[in-house]
Design a protein around this ligand. Structure first.
Ligand code: HEM
Length: 440
């Protein structure tokens, strides 16, 4: 695939159909899991349609991904659906662009540096132990809602120092807010969006209280919030209260929804692949006496391969939307200014030339990283908007996996639908029912 500025003779726009006026093919896109697969089969690596009122071009090739990632702010600018924009708030990093985005990203990154990450390990281990003890006592359980509570508790503790966040008012408000993130932006009292919008204000009030209490405390605390309150940019400026609130809300969301999906996929895929499970346990036996640090976790190379393969096969984020700022050319097609581009993470990960038997779970394919083209593995996106929390996410997944590998086992209960619901993030339709047991 080639990617460049437009040539003197304009190239055609990509093949595809726009569908119905205004809504285009939005409904098929959300309802049909195989929408993009079918379209790619018909039109090739790049096609156009209309989504949420906008002409939208789908791309799934590592060269196209690279073009999109390396021209952020020149040809492309991040965009989110209207409901997401309204609920995240204007000061959220995910919506900031240009220099402001770069400046804020640097500031927020302080909460995800290795020193900060090391400081989070004990808290994650404690919460994981509490939850897994409870699951073992329950025996049979519907795991996905439990995993949601687990990742929310971890996010609340590490980000704002709140214990058992899922059981608090903040946790309840947060769930209703999440439900509106990808909805029709109609703010009526009974719509998902309307309820979520009300919750946004209440959530911001809760977060404000936490920030103010923290600012007045004599001890700064051990969480991301305390780092962000103290963080200063190159000009010595810190984040205002209004911005801190939007950024904390974004981090709570980003760290919760995606990680629940990733961990649930891990639990499912391991249960379906006993050979992989055996190899994982064998690796853990070699580390039985080792304390869990960033360094020892890094040495668990098979676990790393397994988690990479989980995020390849079931990426929690299916792709990223970009508005086209300037007409450009991609794969011999013209992409007009004002259109939207969707770089597809899930389809990029299913390229059979890069991943033979791409729809099967084979962690060994990650034993050799060197041969793979850049941007053919993009669970965390890429370029200047690559996931800010990617090391945090990897750390939490590893700590969760290690604790369970060492002390527990689980099997899938019969008579359940394990096919994946994909919106807002992939998870098994029947919420993953398992029998969970402590190992003697
Ligand atoms: C952005 C994936 C966990 C914070 C992104 C993007 C992806 C992604 C694909 C880029 C979206 C785009 O290009 O438009 C994931 C996955 C995760 C995960 C798969 C878990 C397995 C986290 C966590 C945090 C986080 C734990 C923080 C606590 C962010 C932020 C951005 C982002 C702040 C916006 C970055 C920017 O716009 O500069 N994530 N994420 N993510 N992620 Fe994550």
């Amino acid at each position: 695939m080639s990617a460049s500025q437009p040539s003197a003779t304009p190239s055609p726009v990509p093949p595809g159909e726009f569908g119905l006026p205004v809504i285009g093919e939005t409904l098929s896109f959300f309802r049909d899991r195989n929408y993009a697969v079918k379209k790619h089969q018909k039109y090739g690596a790049i096609f156009k349609t209309r989504l949420l009122g906008n002409p939208t071009v789908f791309v799934k090739d590592h060269a196209a991904n690279q073009f999109v990632f390396s021209h952020e702010n020149q040809y492309f600018q991040v965009t989110w659906p209207p409901s997401t924009r309204a609920l995240l708030g204007p000061l959220s990093l995910a919506l900031q662009t240009g220099n402001v985005h770069q400046n804020r990203r640097k500031l927020l990154a302080q909460a995800f540096m290795p020193r900060a990450l090391s400081g989070y390990i004990d808290a994650v281990q404690t919460i994981t132990a509490q939850y897994s003890d409870r699951w073992a006592a329950q025996g049979n359980l519907t795991w996905y809602p439990e995993l949601r509570n687990y990742t929310l508790d971890v996010a609340c503790k590490l980000l704002v120092g709140l214990d058992q966040g899922s059981q608090t008012r903040l946790g309840q408000l947060f769930e209703t807010w999440c439900e509106g993130l990808f909805s029709i932006p109609l703010a009526l009292p009974w719509t998902r969006f309307g309820k979520a919008k009300r919750c946004r204000q209440l959530l911001l009030d809760e977060i404000e209280q936490t920030i103010v209490t923290r600012q007045q405390a004599s001890e700064p605390g051990q969480d991301a919030l305390s780092l962000l309150i103290q963080a200063r940019d190159d000009d010595g400026q810190g984040l205002s209260l209004e911005e801190l609130k939007d950024q904390i809300l974004l981090l709570l969301f980003a760290g919760h929804e995606t990680l629940t999906s990733a961990i649930a996929s891990y639990c499912l895929l391991i249960a379906q692949n006993p050979t992989v499970w055996d190899k994982l346990r064998a690796e853990q036996a070699a580390f039985a006496e080792a304390p869990l640090t960033l360094e020892t976790l890094k040495q668990m190379t098979y676990l790393d391969q397994v988690l990479r393969e989980v995020l390849r096969l079931v990426p929690p984020v299916g792709g990223g939307f970009r508005t086209v700022l300037q007409t450009c050319e991609l794969n011999g097609y013209q992409i007009p200014a004002g259109w939207t581009v969707l770089y597809e993470i899930n389809q990029t990960h299913l390229n059979p030339d890069v991943y033979p038997a791409a729809d099967t779970f084979q962690p060994d394919r990650f034993a050799d990283e060197a041969s793979r083209a850049k941007y053919s593995y993009i669970p965390f996106g890429g370029g200047i908007r690559e996931c800010l929390g990617k090391e945090f996410a990897r750390l939490e997944m590893k700590l969760f996996a290690v604790h369970l590998l060492r002390h527990y086992t689980w099997e899938l209960l019969p008579d359940q639908d394990l096919s994946l619901v994909t919106v807002p993030t992939p998870h098994p339709r029947d919420n993953l029912k398992v029998r969970f047991t402590a190992m003697s």
